[in-house]
Design a protein around this ligand. Sequence first.
Ligand code: PEP
Ligand code: MG
Length: 588
Amino acid sequence: MTDKAKGELIFEGIAASAGIAYGQAFVVEQNELEIPIYRVDPAKRGHEIARFEQALLETRQQITKVQQEIARNLGDDEARIFDAHLLVLEDQALIEESIRELDKTGYNIEHAVQAVGQRYVDAFDQIDDEYLRERASDIRDVIRRVLHNLTGHSMVNLSGLVEGRILVTHDITPSESAAFDVSRVLGVVTDVGSKTSHAVIMSRSMKIPAVVGMRDLTSKLDQDDWIIVDGYDGIVIARPSEATLFRYGKIQLRRKSFEDKILSTARLPAETLDKHRITLLANIESADEATVAKEAGADGVGLFRTEFLFLSESGFPSEETQLAAYRQVAETFEDGPVVIRTLDLGGDKPSASSQVHLMPESNPFLGFRAIRYCLENPGVFREQLRAILRASAYGNVRLMYPMISGADELRRANLCLEEAKEELRDRGQSFDEEIQVGSMIEIPSAAMTSDILAGMCSFFSIGTNDLIQYLLAIDRLNERTAHLYEPTHPAVLRTIRSVVDAAHSQKIKVSVCGEMAGDPVYVPLLLGLGADDLSVAPGSLPAVKYLIQNMKLSDAIKLTGSAVKKTDPAKIFEEANQFYRDRIGSID
Ligand code: PEP
Ligand code: MG
């Protein structure tokens, strides 16, 4: 029960999965597994290795079982998280180094596996890259499983969680979160983690409010403490006062009724009050997501990030496999546009688990990424181009290149496309001869030369995620500089305007597909700057559509006219935020 004497405590972390939960904490003690250490007679070396092999086999079977359960309950995409675990398990270097450690030290295999595993985890933990740091958690999870199998001790069993609690734990591995009985958990709070960690992705897909990155909260809470998890603002309040509870009760009601309100018009067109119809498209990462996007009210797909298709298979998908995925999306939307973007590997995209084995780079966002990789691997590129072209026979398919930096790259990409078309003609396979081909504008050099690029393609799509990071020199994943990543920076607004003007003067359309388009606060600015279409994550679609339905384009143009005269990004944000609030009413 609430220990009133201790009073209310507020902790700040990272908002990871939207929603508010209130309940008693189930604090998981992270019991370190006791690893025995003893000398092994060299004559028994074979026996130790056989035990190791048996543990690896059992671990593989367990992970595969969890993966199948997840696929059944949550779908294939979530299940693919475990591909990374299977890859760790198959890592020959890790296996061989454990055996070398056994030979070197003369101690038992558990001891060797733990020592080597820890060295790997430490090495990954130190890498200054969020994605790679999170791979440390995959390794930790797999090593823990192997050690449990070697010692015969069972893992933390979350399925024994008492009904209706909020799980508070140091870290939560995908295998552990797979043991969730959703109806039993009200919320999830972890000491470590970030928005892109596996546990967070799982919480989001299970619609469980989650806050992560709480540092040492597990040591500050008592078992059964009453807590509020605010997954909107990334706050955990322990032992809340009556006044706080009352306030949160009201927030929750308002959020819920706002969500109901925006969902009620999600199936209607995205038309402004002054009758301008905006094409609202979806960003998707798998073929199955097309259905989710359609249900969320999308007119089509503005960005199919195909790289995830390439990473989820043990090797690259064949032309036929790709065709099946692209065709599925095209057929889901019938006449609606479906923009398929060619491979964007590298940067933040988890190339480590693909067959590409890109070399580690000190600045991966400035490195061997996307179109740069494709132009140096024409076989892979043309195979994908053929699959996209063939899918164009089944719907309104368009093709788009990522990370174009200038005319030469666009010209070379188009040459590959012509070769791919020729190959299909030779094979007698049909495709849309008039297929529209677009260029992403996400590198400042492309923006600066957009007047030239506009003459070489049929549409632009502005990728604000990358464009902002390159324009402002702010790593889009670095938490320490996150506050400097400002979509309302005058440089961003001016660049978008000049790209739109260059496109319109050559009669081609401009879509915006970065996260900026999915945040309703920025939508009036983008429309006011002249963007023709917006492409957003399916989850953001209803909120963006609701705002469009409740604003006038003429007002957005006025807002933008005033914003571009301002010099302070915070002031521009304030003005845009006010515009948004005035049209949708208060939500918190
Ligand atoms: C972007 O950069 O804005 C974009 C949409 O591409 P991605 O996020 O896949 O790099
Ligand atoms: Mg990008």
